[in-house]
Write a protein that binds this ligand. Structure first.
Ligand code: ADP
Length: 159
């Protein structure tokens, strides 16, 4: 049997417990999951791509079926280069839907063999976003329970 590989793409600036939940559940759909950090030259991130790769590796490094890389260019090209047939995305609110639908349809047009699979956010993380977590940390709020401890420490160091 051929190995089933999924890509979980995103910015992950930084990784939250919502991301981790989608990752764990995406893991059940595939033999291997690649967390793929979009190296986006138009955004100003809080953490560099390298910092994010290291942080996520520290968090999920114990699981040999999960790997972490970055990519530039088209997601479907990265997926096909990696041998992946599944793209995993998380859906939180209706507000995620429109953008995600556009992306999924465009990606399907570009690469019909790659299927986008949406997983509904866990209720307790459905309001959690990297943006909100950064805002909270910047203002001195407690992010415990919203992000892994390693991320909490890095946020505290940064602000
Ligand atoms: P992007 O910039 O591609 O949206 P993000 O890092 O913000 O990257 O999110 C990556 C993916 O994870 C997206 O599909 C997003 O909807 C999903 N996601 C983000 N936060 C959560 C959460 N709290 N629960 C479930 N899915 C989430």
């Amino acid at each position: 049997m051929t190995e089933r590989i999924a890509v979980y793409p995103g910015s992950f600036d930084p990784l939250t417990n919502g991301h981790l939940d989608i990752l764990a559940r995406g893991r059940r759909l595939a033999d291997r999951v690649i967390v793929a950090i979009l190296d986006h030259d138009q955004k100003t991130p809080l953490f560099t791509v390298e910092e994010r790769i290291h942080m996520i590796r520290e968090i999920v490094g114990g699981d040999p079926s999960i790997s972490v890389s970055s990519f530039t260019g088209l997601l479907v090209d990265f997926a096909m280069r990696s041998g992946a047939t599944i793209i995993v995305r998380g859906l939180r609110a209706v507000s995620d839907y429109e953008y995600e639908l556009q992306m999924a349809l465009m990606n399907r047009r570009l690469a019909p063999a790659v299927e986008t699979v949406f997983l509904m956010a866990k209720e307790e993380y459905s309001y959690v976003s990297s943006r909100l977590v950064k805002e909270l940390a910047r203002l001195g709020g407690d992010v415990t329970g919203l992000v892994p401890n390693i991320v909490r420490q890095r946020l505290a160091d940064r602000f």
